[in-house]
Every structure is written in structure tokens, then in C-alpha cells.
Design a protein around this ligand. Structure first.
Ligand SMILES: [Zn+2]
Length: 111
């Protein structure tokens, strides 16, 4: 599939060379040069969101900081966002639904 950011998401066998990095097979890989995210076909359902989000954070960072070396700090950010970005988005949307601007001032909506 093609994602809205232009990246392709491709499901590949767990032993695909596209998942091999630093001497082991990964659950997901982001090829920032070809703009492809590879996801292993043996992923368990309970980690699918986390893996896709992790690889998408690499893709998004790459858009804004092209040509960088991937650091342990970046892996930490991708792991964190993979686990918690959904929660941040849900809570932000919850708050936004209950706020409004009235006469140029922010306020809570009347119930
Ligand atoms: Zn990573």
C-alpha cells in the first residue's frame, strides 16, 4: 500500500533480506532512501501498531533531517512514539473536542 506520506508499506516474509539489519532479522525496517517500510508477515497483532508507528517515526524524522546517522537516541524516540504516540493523540483529540475559541479567546465548550 501507499501511505499518505508517499512511503510504500510492504509486508514481507520474516526472513526477507529487507528485514536484515546489523546481523539479525527485524520485525520492521524503514528504507529511507527508497521510502519503503517493510513489515514482517509473522508479527503478532498486539505489536503491529507499535512496529508500524516505530518505522513511521524513522520516516518522518528522515523527512526533516535527511542524511543523518541513526542514533540510539533516535531509536529511543521511535520506541517511545511506537508505544505512546497513540495515547498522546487520543488525549489531545479529547481535549480539542472540548475546547473552543469565542471572541478570540480559548475556553471550554459549554456542556
Ligand atoms: Zn528503529
Amino acid at each position: 500500500m501507499i501511505l499518505p506520506n508517499g512511503y510504500k508499506l510492504i509486508i514481507v516474509p520474516e526472513d526477507s533480506k529487507d528485514l536484515f539489519y546489523k546481523e539479525s532479522y527485524r520485525s520492521g525496517m524503514c528504507n529511507m532512501f527508497d521510502e519503503v517500510i517493510y513489515i514482517a508477515d509473522n508479527l503478532r497483532k498486539n505489536v503491529l501498531r507499535e512496529v508500524i508507528a516505530h518505522e513511521l517515526v524513522h520516516a518522518i524524522i528522515s523527512k526533516y533531517i535527511p542524511g543523518r546517522e541513526i542514533s540510539n537516541d533516535e531509536e529511543w524516540v521511535c520506541n517511545f512514539m511506537g508505544l505512546y504516540a497513540h495515547q498522546v493523540t487520543e488525549l489531545t483529540n479529547y481535549a480539542l473536542k472540548r475546547l473552543q475559541f469565542k471572541n478570540g479567546r480559548l475556553q471550554e465548550k459549554d456542556e
